[in-house]
Ligand binder design. Structure first.
Ligand code: PLP
Length: 406
């Protein structure tokens, strides 16, 4: 799918158009129900199996560790609620359980945590520094024997900050080693939401040291409405998760519902393409971002990137995704700017897509310590596969024109 030639789409962190190879793969998948025993069903089952195998291989996982869900939101819910449900069947007092997360998670984690709090689970929300990096000291202090899960987003959807997952996994491992004799089990488990990260960062689950990981197809040029939860299977023991959607027992009993075969095959293709193009795209987009920022500063010298003074340093040292720039425009109203840009054919975002209809102040920018005034003057530009220098130059001309008429 190509974006209209006259319009410029700079909102790839919200969603991406479906890649034409992905679309072709989806069209080739049969309509059969993978649960049916006849040839139509078996053909569909083979497509699901092959896709699962490809995805597992791409992230260093086993076939059985890939659970398809209806979205990344659902995968995040399954990770958090599934673990609690599993333990609920073993212990009576949920009040004794603790989950550690951060204040800059996506709403699908934060709102799930808030809901679990109502059931009595204790949630610790780790603060972040001005760049958006999670306070690791606080993490170390917060781990206790009641902690069953640490869930930290890999790369943030509004500011692109990358969390030091490997370091976090070491902190958790050390805690486990120290407490192993008293607490000989798998907890705390480590989950990450890698929805935004996958396009640009290596997401091999063994290198990251994680037990659970969430992915979404529509952020990597795949279809909407399909997500994955990678869940490390502690063989020979059963999963540490219980299903939150029950029914026919699909997805190894962890997520019932007839498999969305075309979307699953499209997801596998999107993952294959992202893997193939990752390094090249990282470099290309990093250069485009640096160029955009340099030229934007000439147009509006007072502009600031919300979580980084040194863009190139942050990107090339893997502290920040190359494609997301959250920019503060002093004395401007972000909603006004967004509308003017849209009227001139440039699509950007003033917050995360999910809160688009309700104009709430971004909890991510708040977490960085930005005052309301700054947040209301901030816009997110996010670049992707079809962004090129020509589009960037045209956007810059439009931005300049808007500021000249302001
Ligand atoms: N996690 C992150 C970091 C996201 O950016 C998004 C989408 O905005 C989600 C989760 C939810 O993904 P989905 O739309 O597949 O539910």
């Amino acid at each position: 799918m190509k974006i209209s030639r006259d319009k410029i789409y700079l909102d790839y962190a919200a969603t991406t158009p479906i890649d034409k190879e992905v679309k072709k793969t989806m069209e080739q998948s049969g309509f059969g129900n993978p649960g049916s025993l006849h040839s139509f069903g078996q053909e569909a089952l083979a497509t699901v199996d092959e896709s699962r195998e490809k995805i597992a291989k791409a992230i260093g996982a086993d076939f059985r560790e890939i659970i398809f869900t209806g979205s990344a939101t659902e995968a995040n819910n399954l990770a958090l609620r599934g673990i609690i449900k599993n333990l609920k069947s073993q212990i009576s007092n949920l009040k004794s359980l603790r989950i550690i997360t951060s204040i800059i998670e996506h709403k699908s984690i934060l709102e799930t945590c808030r809901d679990l709090e109502k059931e009595g689970v204790e949630i610790i929300y780790l603060p972040v520094n001005k760049q958006g990096i999670v306070d690791l000291k606080k993490l170390e202090e917060s781990l206790n024997e009641r902690t069953i899960l640490v869930s930290i987003i890999y790369a943030n959807n509004e500011i692109g900050i990358i969390q030091p997952l490997f370091e976090i996994s070491k902190i958790i491992d050390n805690f486990k080693k120290r407490n192993f004799q008293k607490n000989p089990n798998y907890y705390p488990l480590f989950h990450t939401d890698a929805v935004q990260a996958f396009q640009f960062l290596n997401c091999n689950v063994n290198n990251l040291g994680i037990d659970l990981m969430t992915l979404s197809a529509h952020k990597i040029y795949g279809p909407k409405g399909i997500g994955i939860l990678y869940a490390r299977a502690p063989y020979p023991k059963p999963y540490t998760l219980n299903p939150i959607i029950t029914g026919g027992g699909h997805e190894f009993g962890l997520r019932s519902g007839t498999e969305n075969v075309p979307a699953i095959s499209g997801f596998a293709k999107a993952i294959e393409l992202a893997d193939k193009n990752r390094e090249k795209e990282f470099k290309r987009i990093a250069e485009l971002s640096a160029y955009f920022w340099k030229e934007l500063k000439k147009i509006y010298p007072k502009a600031e990137i919300n979580n980084s003074n040194d863009l190139k340093f942050m990107i090339y040292n893997l502290r920040k995704l190359p494609n997301i720039l959250n920019i503060y425009f002093p004395n401007q109203n972000s909603q006004d700017l967004l509308m003017k840009l849209d009227l001139n054919g440039v699509a950007i975002s003033a917050g995360s897509a999910c809160s688009g209809r309700t104009a709430k102040t971004s909890h991510i920018l708040k977490a960085l310590g930005l005052p309301e005034k700054k947040i209301k003057s901030s816009l997110r530009f996010s670049f992707g596969k079809f962004t090129n220098k020509k589009e960037i130059d045209k956007s810059l001309r439009i931005i300049k024109m808007i500021f000249c008429h302001n």
